[in-house]
Design a protein around this ligand. Sequence first.
Ligand code: HEM
Length: 79
Amino acid sequence: MNFGGPDDYLRERGDLRTLLKRHVGLDITEAQRARWVELTTASARETDIPETFVSIFANYLLGTSRTTAQVSHLTVPGQ
Ligand code: HEM
């Protein structure tokens, strides 16, 4: 999913693959995942982004946080 905006992050820090790799080995628990979604959604609500878009973003976080938590349990051979 692409929410638009400048591409500074993509150019300087990498794409979704790189981002997922940063979470490998973190062993994120279900409680940590749920709390992360709660806090990130609350942060979005503190902005002046309209509620419709905050809801879409919150839904996106639900899905992507599950993928991230799954990836976090992978181990990389040799590390
Ligand atoms: C599932 C719950 C999540 C937890 C507990 C979590 C935790 C963390 C932690 C501890 C780091 C620092 C890793 C390091 O040492 O470099 C990190 C980095 C990061 N996470 Fe997550 N994360 C979660 C999900 C997500 C999701 C769903 C996204 C985005 C869709 C995301 C975006 C990022 C970004 C942008 C960074 C910084 C990467 C960089 O260095 O450029 N995280 N996260």
